[in-house]
Design a protein around this ligand. Structure first.
Ligand SMILES: C[S@@+](CC[C@H](N)C(=O)[O-])C[C@H]1O[C@@H](n2cnc3c(N)ncnc32)[C@H](O)[C@@H]1O
Length: 307
């Protein structure tokens, strides 16, 4: 116990000193943690910590408190999705994903759904979704670039696999035409940042139903140079989406609440906004997962006043 504390202290002191030195001399913070600042990184800690406007008490350097065994976590064991996953012979999943999936999907699970998952591998998540989304009419489609993944197809259980790339628009359109549009799209494919962006650009409009959910996972790969093949990461793009859903408040001439009173919707409709401004209901950020819910067209924000 004391030995572990000493090891942690030995790791923390150089980082803390470097942080203090850089604050004192006004330089950008040097790497705060080797895993973020090392040769296989995009310098995420360098970029993030000095730029955020939070109180330093909230951004102080700390460490994870425990090394709990997730397989023995009472909280995880309560989640039906985790129980199901324990019954599947192979596969790997980050423990935090079970909370995120449950938060995003639980209200959907008994409806008849059309689900597309990018990335099949040995088919373990297809089995997981088959067990979790329990409506017998639910259709689950996996796509993968590796032909061998076709072995995970099981049409009798409404599980289908198609072989092609997540960045091939013609292939994606074919899959959407055959099985879509989808209620849920999960990107667990190549994890290359450019691929995540390309697939979202294509499928959010062309493949996702109104009120559908677009979930991208393993977003930690955005911070690892092996997978980071675009200037912006998918997480960067999602941060921009946060601004895009507020575009109508930023337009010249509409500052203040005057333009948004109920009854002035016609006037508001004349304001230029982006397609995504009108079609994103919600963006949920988790550790390594972002889930974006699509909104049906026709909605205009309106400030309601009771008589
Ligand atoms: C992490 S694995 C998927 C794991 C699976 N979802 C699970 O949880 O059991 C990623 C898969 O993406 C596939 N892949 C890689 N590049 C791809 C691409 N461009 N298009 C579609 N799939 C791709 C790989 O062949 C691999 O099977």
């Amino acid at each position: 116990m004391i030995g572990r504390l000493l090891v942690q202290l030995a790791k923390a002191i150089p980082a803390f000193v470097a942080y203090k030195v850089s604050k004192t001399f006004g330089r950008r913070t040097p790497a705060l943690h080797p895993s973020l600042g090392g040769p296989d990184s995009t310098g995420a800690a360098d970029l993030v910590l000095p730029q955020i406007g939070l109180d330093s008490r909230l951004t102080r350097i700390t460490s994870w408190l425990a090394e709990a065994n997730p397989f023995e976590s009472a909280e995880l064991e309560r989640l039906p999705l985790f129980k199901l996953w324990l019954g599947i012979p192979e596969g790997h999943k980050w423990s935090q994903y079970f909370y995120a999936y449950t938060a995003v999907f639980e209200s959907q699970r008994l409806r008849p759904l059309r689900i597309l998952e990018i990335g099949v591998f040995y088919g373990s998540s297809l089995s997981l979704w088959r067990g979790y989304f329990a409506h017998p009419d639910t259709v689950i489609v996996g796509i993968d670039i590796e032909p061998v993944c076709a072995q995970s197809e099981n049409p009798n259980a409404n599980v289908h696999v198609r072989i092609g790339s997540q960045v091939d628009a013609v292939f994606l359109d074919r899959v959407v035409k055959e099985f879509g549009p989808f209620d849920i799209i999960i990107d667990d494919g190549s994890h290359q940042s450019s691929h995540m962006i390309t697939s979202f650009n294509h499928l959010f409009e062309a493949g996702l139903k109104d009120d559908g959910i677009y979930l991208v996972e393993d977003l930690h790969s955005n911070f690892w140079s092996t997978y980071r093949d675009s200037e912006l990461s998918f997480i960067d793009v999602c941060k921009q989406l946060v601004d895009l859903i507020h575009v109508h408040y930023i337009q010249p001439g509409v500052e203040g609440i005057g333009s948004f009173w109920h009854g002035r919707e016609e006037q508001l409709k004349s304001i230029d906004v982006t397609f995504l401004t009108t079609r994103i209901r919600e963006i949920r950020f988790f550790d390594s997962i972002v889930a974006i819910t699509k909104k049906a067209p026709g909605y205009v924000p309106s400030l309601m006043r009771k008589p």
